[in-house]
Write a protein that binds this ligand. Structure first.
Ligand code: AMP
Length: 182
């Protein structure tokens, strides 16, 4: 049995699917990472390590893959979890934000009373590409009065510039692995 875990290669557990959901896109599929006991634990460990001594009130995850990772991160940090969902899914009063997709516009929402003035929050999602989704989530957090500690992602697609754009806005960005291209 190999018990050494010097540098665990998270990247090898991520499946790359060319031309999904459309030609030219390489879909970075984390279901294979989540299905691996070692992969999932390593990913959650690596996501949380910069924040072990940070003052955080909530972990916020973006639907849907951000729920899986964000829920695990919240549990490991001993914090509560707040979901940001796609339009029309949350049952209580919401505030929402439209954001641009490649074709058209989408909307994400958070419960209006989920975050209070001054709450310190950590945003989690599986992947940052253009940063449009994360940017809309950050706008929602800030409109709610939340204080964004950082945004954490398993995967960065640096060629699409999202992480860099967030950093230029003064957001602390933590990512685990990078893939070239879109
Ligand atoms: P963006 O708003 O462009 O940063 O896109 C980030 C969101 O879209 C994340 O929630 C990802 O789950 C999803 N996404 C974008 N590009 C990919 C990709 N190549 N593979 C898997 N998911 C992606």
């Amino acid at each position: 049995m190999n018990t050494s875990r010097k540098v665990f290669d998270i990247k090898q557990y991520i499946r790359s699917i060319p031309d999904y959901p459309k030609p030219g896109i390489i879909f970075r599929d984390i279901t294979t990472l989540l299905a691996s006991a070692h992969g999932l634990r390593a990913a959650v460990d690596e996501l949380i390590w910069p924040f072990l001594n940070e003052d955080i009130d909530y972990v916020i995850g973006i639907e849907a893959r951000g729920f899986i990772l964000g829920g695990a991160v919240a549990h490991e940090l001993g914090k509560g979890f707040v979901p940001i969902r796609k339009k029309g899914k949350l049952p209580w009063k919401v505030i929402g934000k439209d954001y641009e997709l490649e074709y058209g516009v989408d909307r994400i929402e958070v419960h209006a009373d989920a975050i209070s003035q001054g709450d310190k929050v950590l945003l989690v999602d599986d992947l940052i590409a253009t940063g449009g989704t994360a940017n809309a989530a950050i706008d929602l957090i800030r409109e709610s009065g939340g204080d964004l500690v950082a945004a954490a992602f398993v995967i960065d697609l640096p060629d699409l510039g999202g992480a860099e754009r967030l950093r230029q806005k003064g957001v602390k960005v933590h990512t685990l692995v990078e893939f070239e291209g879109a």
